[in-house]
Ligand binder design. Structure first.
Ligand code: DGL
Length: 270
């Protein structure tokens, strides 16, 4: 029996991230499948994950996912966070019987489409140092030169932006500058290897030293989710539920941002 065979007509799908970055993945899933009961969960009590040591991150994600899965009983969970996926997927899959879809740096498609054969992977410091990321380069980069660029501040800046707080141009520009290299070959493609970064895509394009292709993995993740679910059932009209581990209610600006992603924050913020 396949995993999809036991999934109900309007399955519940849990989309999880350390904070608000997974909204960029949620948006694609919601647009491609209108029949899903979607729950968005943010571990905002601990954000950002990029600064956590491996053992602490595994323990945290494992404990939070246990609670979320017990509470929402999803048919499938999406770990919409590169920092967590590159470390915790084996642990989660060993503990739970539902399918997990992870988010990992899109190195293969980026190298395949690069013309200069030089790409940058822009990610959190955690993702940049992972063996998983280095293995992806080994396996898929081929003749393409890959620069790993760790950014400590870009995810918090993206959060600030959605919360209506200051996220100054010069700070964003300083975070992305190391991803643009022109010694020898010139960078023509940047992998957005943190789900927070597409939240800033318009500003990244404006502030880039030269135009590049920006690779956002969200559409590929949405396709993968759809491939693991039964054919679409009737459309669901209920708003997307949200779960914040801090228990804090979103402020006015964030509530407005959440609404633009189809989330009614007054619904179920816990
Ligand atoms: N959104 C997360 C990712 O895709 C990272 C942000 C954080 O540091 O928590 O890696």
């Amino acid at each position: 029996m396949t995993a999809a065979a036991s999934i109900p007509l309007n399955p519940t799908v849990l989309v999880f991230d350390s904070g608000l970055g997974g909204l960029t993945v949620l948006r694609e899933i919601a647009a491609s499948r209108r029949d899903l009961n979607l729950v968005y969960a943010a571990d905002d009590a601990v954000f950002p994950y990029g600064r956590l040591e491996d053992e602490a991150l595994i323990a945290r994600v494992s404990a939070v996912m246990d609670e979320l899965i017990a509470r929402y009983r999803p048919s499938l969970a999406v770990i919409a966070c590169n920092t967590a996926s590159t470390l915790t997927l084996p642990v989660l899959r060993a503990k739970h019987s539902i399918p997990f879809v992870g988010t990992v740096p899109a190195i293969k498609p980026a190298c395949a489409q690069s013309k200069t054969k030089r790409i940058s992977v822009l990610a959190t410091p955690g993702t940049v140092k992972r063996d998983y990321t280095r293995a992806l380069i080994e396996e898929f980069a081929g003749d393409c030169q890959v620069d790993l660029v760790g950014s400590a501040h870009l995810a918090p800046l993206a959060e600030a932006y959605l919360r209506g707080e200051e996220a100054a141009d010069d700070r964003i520009a300083a975070e992305i500058a190391p991803a643009f290299r022109e010694d020898g070959r010139k960078t023509d493609t940047v992998v957005l290897a943190c789900t927070h970064y597409p939240l800033l895509l318009g500003r990244l394009k404006q502030l880039a030293p030269w135009p590049v292709e920006w690779i956002d993995p969200a559409p590929a993740i949405a396709r993968r989710v759809a491939s693991l679910l039964p054919t679409p059932g009737p459309m669901v009209t209920a708003p997307i539920r949200a779960h914040f581990t801090s228990g804090k209610a979103p402020g006015v600006a964030l509530a407005k941002s959440l609404q633009s992603f189809g989330i009614e924050p007054a619904g179920e913020a816990v």
